[in-house]
Ligand binder design. Structure first.
Ligand SMILES: [Mg+2]
Length: 268
């Protein structure tokens, strides 16, 4: 097995999107499954990380879900939308009076990582609102938040994501609804903000030079790579022409994950 990466002396750092790449997707017939591809890339010397905008799942839960589809990962290789928000809140110079519109996992991750940096506030008394997916959000709750002057932070604007054989609603509609109610534009800290590379993963400029983003979304994964000035691979189902018509531009388009082995010249 050998590995050669054009123009790089160090082995690449590969950042994999999860939903639509390793989960919620089936590889074409006669192609290697994702877990096997990643094992080959690791064996060839690649470093790997896994990046999702989801904020309703913990790292340990994600390890279990990926293991169930044959992908072996370690908790510390996973970065979620909840971790991105918590890192952002950690950087505040003073304690934050916080309200979260989202999952209990998001609240728990913020509590765990921010400790007494965060004070859980009533909606009327918050100075910061974190918003993610919450289909049960009421107009009454929005009116209460509107009585405070809050900084608005969002995990992401994903409209939906693949789950099983279908797609489920993402945080995007909730974020839009809160923005309209508060007449404010949210600061997004998840993909496609390069913040997830620099401050959440802690990648240096040297690290980014050897980093490649692999994802199925032009507006999240490829946009992130373009924003960070790194290389990217777009994984599509069926028709590579679907990549056309976007302002974001991947370096490569593939239809099966094991094409990465050819791309990085990994021979098995
Ligand atoms: Mg995806």
């Amino acid at each position: 097995m050998k590995l050669k990466v054009e123009g790089q002396s160090k082995a690449p750092l590969l950042v994999f999107d999860i939903h639509g790449v390793l989960m919620g997707r089936r590889e074409p017939a006669d192609h290697r499954p994702g877990g096997e591809v990643i094992a080959c890339l690791r064996a060839a010397g690649c470093s790997v990380r896994f990046l999702t905008n989801s904020s309703s799942i913990t790292r340990s839960m994600m390890v279990g879900q990926l293991a169930a589809v044959g992908v072996e990962v370690m908790e510390e290789e996973i970065y979620t939308g909840a971790i991105a928000v918590a890192r952002y809140l950690q950087s505040s110079a003073s304690p934050i009076r916080l309200v979260v519109i989202g999952s209990q996992v998001l609240r728990d991750e913020i509590s765990l990582l921010c400790g007494d940096r965060v004070i859980w506030a009533e909606p009327e008394e918050a100075d910061t609102v974190v918003v993610s997916r919450d289909p049960s959000l009421t107009d009454e709750f929005l009116e209460r938040i509107n009585r405070s002057s809050s900084c608005l932070i969002a995990t992401c604007r994903d409209a939906d994501f693949p789950m099983g054989t279908g797609r489920v609603q993402g945080p995007g509609p909730t974020v839009s609804r809160v923005e309209a109610a508060l007449k404010s534009v949210a600061h997004v800290v998840g993909k496609p903000n390069r913040y997830v590379f620099t401050d959440v993963m802690g990648l240096t400029a040297e690290d980014l030079d050897r980093t490649v983003m692999i994802g199925d979304s032009m507006d999240q994964d490829i946009a992130l790579a373009n924003n960070a000035g790194i290389k990217s691979v777009l994984l599509l189902d069926g028709d590579a022409r679907a990549a056309s018509g976007s302002s974001w531009c991947p370096n490569h388009v593939i239809l099966a994950l094991d094409e990465l082995l050819l791309l990085f010249q990994v021979t098995v």
